[in-house]
Design a protein around this ligand. Structure first.
Ligand SMILES: C[S@@+](CC[C@H](N)C(=O)[O-])C[C@H]1O[C@@H](n2cnc3c(N)ncnc32)[C@H](O)[C@@H]1O
Length: 287
């Protein structure tokens, strides 16, 4: 059944982007999203924010008949997914739609059996509107299956004044505050789509959209920091839209403040003497 088949798509995409590690992490996520979607032969599946097709190709692999609609706001990613589908001989079971999650008006009411989406709502400001659209395009009895990181859980600890990125910076709290203020100014927690929701909000969005049967599984971890590499820590940013720590310190600290901050933080990072928190949520629901 495999040949150059859809089960290779995620691998192909991961290999082409040079990200084997990503694939190892993403494969079980993809499988769980698809398990929760309860796919059946002949289904029409809409994958919202499909990217290069991780979930969409996985759906094609699971059902031998039926159609998958790849939708995204990036024409480039849709073109990429389309060329992969062509290579795999799957084009006749695929459709491609340039549309944002919050406006799926190109699709008729009650026209799909399943809506899937992975790590897309973190980019969507109008999340309630997106859920309304998922509900509208689903047939009665249709299934929704979502995976999202819950970034609010990760950042909550660092909102305490003595804490920076999970490390206790009590002696240099005033300096840490300057760096935190820069990040807060660039991405205010309450208006940043990556941070302004948690798992309860996801349930509320689904309920308010009209879904009747809703399930949510939260996977949360509190561990020691994985890595004690100071250079990597300096060059890391919470997400691609904000400066790295090195850049942020350059922007808001004097050289003397930087030296004091680093003198406190670096040994803690290198000894992994901090707290790392992460959480993800799977939500699935029936119309
Ligand atoms: C982290 S990637 C996830 C891709 C894919 N779902 C996967 O599981 O690999 C986020 C995707 O969401 C898309 N995206 C961002 N904002 C969106 C929006 N408002 N509506 C639909 N897709 C969006 C991006 O273009 C990107 O392809």
């Amino acid at each position: 059944m495999c040949g150059v088949s859809s089960c290779c798509a995620g691998v192909l995409a991961a290999m082409r982007s040079g990200c084997g590690q990503c694939w190892i992490f993403l494969r079980p996520v993809r499988d769980k999203v698809l398990d929760n979607a309860g796919l059946a032969e002949g289904d029409t599946v809409l994958d919202v924010g499909c990217g290069d097709g991780l979930i969409a190709f996985g759906a094609l692999e699971r059902i031998a008949s039926g159609t998958v609609i790849f939708s995204d706001i990036s024409q480039e990613l849709l073109d990429h997914a389309q060329s992969l589908a062509q290579e795999m001989g799957l084009l006749d079971r695929c459709r491609f739609l340039l549309a944002p999650a919050e406006d799926l008006s190109a699709l008729e009411d009650a026209s799909v059996d399943v809506v899937t989406t992975r790590s897309v709502l973190i980019y969507v400001a109008a999340k309630q509107q997106a859920f309304k659209e998922f509900y509208r395009v689903l047939k009665s009895g249709g299934r929704l299956s979502i995976f999202e990181p819950i970034n609010r859980f990760s950042i909550e600890i660092s909102e305490q004044p003595h804490c920076f990125a999970g490390f206790d910076v009590t002696p240099v709290m005033d300096i840490a505050q300057k760096v935190k203020a820069l990040y807060q100014q660039l991405q205010p927690r309450d208006s940043n789509p990556m941070l302004n929701f948690d798992e309860r909000d996801l349930i509320a969005y689904a309920e308010q959209a009209g879904f009747k049967e809703i399930h949510l599984e939260l996977q949360a971890k509190v561990t020691s920091p994985k890595d004690g590499d100071w250079e990597a820590f300096l060059r890391a940013a919470g997400n691609p839209k904000i400066p790295t720590l090195e850049e942020a310190m350059r922007q808001v600290l004097t050289p003397e403040e930087t030296a004091r901050f680093v003198a406190r933080l670096r040994p803690l990072v290198e000894a992994r003497q901090g707290v790392h928190r992460s959480a993800v949520a799977y939500l699935w629901a029936v119309k």
